[in-house]
Design a protein around this ligand. Structure first.
Ligand code: F0G
Length: 368
């Protein structure tokens, strides 16, 4: 900067690392892709693993907290990890159209990758329960959006039927390629930490992501890339907590619309993860979710969407159980910009409106 200001030319810096090539290229040997698979990528993955000092201070006892900020992906959520795989494999198989049910993020990712790959994208969504940013994305990317008078679980049932009856490929997380792509997030965590963390805290909706992380941690451990496995802590919103309750929820409710799901598609897989990792599933209230959401933004500088804050709300609820000096990774699944409505309605900041455009007026409001 100083050089620039004094008019000296900065030295050209030669890149020392190959540019990031997307997660399929980076983790190719770990993924079911062949030489002829047309890789549809937006250079997803390689997202930050960010230390969270304010959360560490709250917990104390030398606990180290990291945020896996997957809202940094191209469409703003972890879904891109699975979608680069699902769309590439659909294209390889000759598909010309894909379909998903979605609370928003899957539809945005499916639309972006499908359109980039030259495929049609259909998204069945619960009318009125998809955050504005997500709907805007799906529409602008060019998805054909079908909003039903019903919830996500009904949308998924319809979508499964349509994929059986018609030549459209299902790209929800029951498509096995989705979880293959998503497991790379666990690889990235280990690649940065040098081993698996002690705890992984993660929100659960359909429980695809927790299953994918577990698969990734297990594969790395088997290959000797890590020594330990994390205890998996899955969290749901208390109004939408079938995996915690052990039974379906007919009318799920929560401010975290991304995980407003009463009948998770990956139920059996999730139970296996809990058992194998000696993990725990618990629920957090909407109040706890919004409190964590505000802490993340106003103390850590990380704007995630409400469903993502569930992992931090859960960690804080169980803070006293975290072993001293342990490493905890909280997965932040989606970007806060996805849901501006919730941010505008749930912040504790002052917005002064209708001010006269005068320095004196502004200074007075500022209390100067
Ligand atoms: N966080 C966010 C931001 C999500 O969008 C989702 C799921 C989850 C967490 C839960 O992940 O289902 O693998 O347990 N969103 C889906 C969608 C349902 O349609 O976008 P999961």
């Amino acid at each position: 900067m100083k050089q620039l200001l004094t008019g000296q030319q900065p030295q050209a810096v030669r890149p020392t690392q190959k540019p990031w090539s997307g997660l399929v290229e980076h983790y190719r040997p770990w993924l079911p892709v062949g030489e002829r698979t047309p890789i549809v990528t937006l250079l997803e993955g390689n997202t930050p693993l960010l230390r969270a000092p304010a959360l560490e201070k709250r917990i104390g006892r030398g606990v180290r907290v990291f945020l896996k900020v997957d809202g940094h992906n191209p469409t703003g959520s972890f879904k891109d990890r699975g979608m680069t795989m699902a769309i590439s494999k659909a294209k390889e198989a000759g598909a010309t159209a894909v379909i998903c049910a979605s609370t928003g993020n899957t539809s945005a990712a499916a639309a972006a990758y499908a359109r980039r790959g030259g495929l049609r994208a259909f998204a069945v969504i619960p009318d009125g329960y998809v955050a504005k940013g997500k709907l805007a994305q799906a529409l602008l990317y060019g998805a054909e959006v079908l909003a039903i008078r019903g919830n996500f679980d009904q949308a998924l049932a319809i979508t499964r039927t349509l994929a059986e009856r018609y030549p459209v490929t299902l790209v929800n997380s029951i498509n096995p390629y989705r979880l293959q792509g998503q497991k790379t997030a666990a690889f990235e965590v280990v690649d940065v930490l040098g081993d698996a963390p002690d705890w992984l805290c993660i929100p659960m909706g359909n429980a695809g992501n927790i299953s994918a992380y577990w698969m990734g941690f297990q594969e790395y451990r088997k290959a000797g890339a890590s020594r330990k496995l994390p205890v998996m802590h899955g969290f749901q919103a208390s109004g939408s907590a079938p995996l915690v309750l052990g039974s379906r929820v007919a009318n799920p409710t929560t401010v975290a619309t991304a995980i407003r799901i009463g009948n998770p598609a990956n139920w059996a897989k999730a139970l296996a993860v809990r058992k194998e990792s000696r993990g725990h599933f618990t629920s957090v209230s909407d109040g706890e979710i919004l409190a964590a959401y505000r802490i993340l933004a106003s103390e850590e500088g990380v704007f995630c969407e409400p469903a993502s804050a569930v992992s931090v709300a859960g960690m804080l609820q169980h803070a006293s159980e975290i072993p001293s000096e342990a490493q905890v990774v909280c997965v932040l699944t989606g970007n806060g910009l996805k849901d501006p409505t919730t941010a505008l309605e749930n912040n504790q900041s002052n917005l002064y409106t209708n001010l006269a455009p005068e320095p004196d007026v502004i200074a007075q409001v500022m209390g100067l």
